[in-house]
Design a protein around this ligand. Sequence first.
Ligand SMILES: NC(=O)C1=CN([C@@H]2O[C@H](COP(=O)(O)OP(=O)(O)OC[C@H]3O[C@@H](n4cnc5c(N)ncnc54)[C@H](OP(=O)(O)O)[C@@H]3O)[C@@H](O)[C@H]2O)C=CC1
Ligand SMILES: CC(=O)C(=O)O
Ligand SMILES: [Mg+2]
Length: 545
Amino acid sequence: MPHQISRAHALPGGPEPAFVGTKELLIERALARLRSIPDPLSQYAYLAGLRSKNADVFYGLVGGNMKECTPIIYTPIIGLACQNWSLIHPPPPANDDTVRSLYLSYSDLPRLPEIIKNLKTTMPHDQMEISVVTDGSRVLGLGDLGVGGMGISQGKLSLYVAAGGVNPKATLPIAIDFGTDNEKLLADPLYVGLRQRRLADDKCEEFMEVFMREMHKEFPNMIIQFEDWHTTLAFPLLHKNRDIYPCFNDDIQGTGAVVLAGAIRAFALNGVALKDQKILFFGAGGSGVGVAETIAKYFEHQGCTEQEAKDKFWLVDSKGLVAHNRGDKLPIHKQYLARAEPDAPKLRTLKEVVEHVKPTALLGLSTVGGTFTKEILNLMATYNKRPIVFALSNPVAQAECTFEEAIEGTDGRVLFAAGSPFDPVSYQGKRYEAGQGNNMFVFPSLGLGSIVARVKSIPEELVHACSLGLSTSLTPDELERDLLYPDIERIREVSIKVAVTVVRRAQELKVDRNEELRQLDDKQLEAYIRKKSYHPLIEVEEAQT
Ligand SMILES: NC(=O)C1=CN([C@@H]2O[C@H](COP(=O)(O)OP(=O)(O)OC[C@H]3O[C@@H](n4cnc5c(N)ncnc54)[C@H](OP(=O)(O)O)[C@@H]3O)[C@@H](O)[C@H]2O)C=CC1
Ligand SMILES: CC(=O)C(=O)O
Ligand SMILES: [Mg+2]
């Protein structure tokens, strides 16, 4: 029964019009307003304002229209928002305790314990569940955007709420301003961040050591997600903190899990035995290496020796094929999967490597749009009945190829996923749908499961549990449609199911602290998670009664 939330009696001269409407009508009105806005950046600004003003209506709108709203509050439009952050960043909401964002900078270091302690007074301790923390040094494939990275922290947390059912009051987006090396921002008088060059990595690490310690001291159950940190900081931060605090790196681990889930499906469809798969990564940064190592571990679980698993990978970076004999000093993160043959060929271009390897799968995490050219796609189609091509860089202009190009370049035979959404394509009378291989299919369930289980840490096995949960979450209809990932409209349902798997794995690994959940069977656990979840429509109704 629709719930009337208009003023009880319509006196002239009040601050609200007489008929505000039902909760459904508020959302419908917001959707109509959104659709009336002609340009995407203004649509983003409208939704960000709505989130600050009325989180329940915002989440009711987004949750009911994931396909339409996700590209605005997340990739690709979030990239545009981060680039234009100084013009559009939403002002802090007045008298509203539902959405908060925290900006910190290096000069806050001496006061950091006090600042973090004070957060408790604005955000009750027991409500602090998850924070996404960025320094904006590598935002999507757009490079260093300084404090514009706040858009990414907010966007990810919006998905925690919309896709994972986390309470918006329990989320805290954080942007840490260590300066920027983006010349455009440094020269921009309107830039809202520090107009100074980025600090050296050791200074940032010094700051982060205090930050992590104090956050954990004040909010011991809080999950911290590192997001869009440049590779030189991303790996050290993860390795330093992963065993002592409940934290993970979304770009390295979340992406690893989501791509593995799609790859498991694709390996089952391409007709090549697992032992004969050959995987070429274009891009060997945090995400490329994170994904490659995740898939390598999967091969080991499937019975390969470590060496057999490693032998299936070739990485390409800006200097060409990554090999120990290349002549340059490889950074640590590239060493594990670098080609180790003493006579590994010195190949410079992607085409040379593709021709040499004849891969069954080509995965792009390079930040360079359009690099999977028609020629490369044709080669993939020559070597494979069903070539696997994942163009995973974000946002759309950074994708290594479009869905249409992949379909045309492989004569419709491609098994495709992209980081950003692509519309269905019609080719020679047949309709094709693109999978969205984006970590948004993993972090909400990983975070939700970790929150519910109150984990002490997030071991790699917990991330793997998400891959397996996700890869088996497709409905018969989705399987029939050759999809590699579930329909985005089902993301909330999928997140809850995968969160159950995460809790169970946490219990097996003994990293859970919510011991009462151990007594529940799977059905009861799912019911527990559902009950704990935030439901914007109910909140709207309850808030008004
Ligand atoms: N779909 C998803 O869910 C996700 C997608 N991504 C996307 O992945 C991309 C990469 O992210 P990340 O790994 O963190 O970024 P990094 O900057 O750490 O890595 C980029 C890699 O690409 C290589 N590269 C850059 N230019 C070229 C070129 N012209 N030719 C060959 N290689 C090149 C770099 O080489 P070198 O090492 O020599 O500098 C580096 O190895 C981003 O666009 C991001 O949006 C990231 C996370 C999740
Ligand atoms: C999706 C994501 O995390 C990225 O592109 O960085
Ligand atoms: Mg990211």
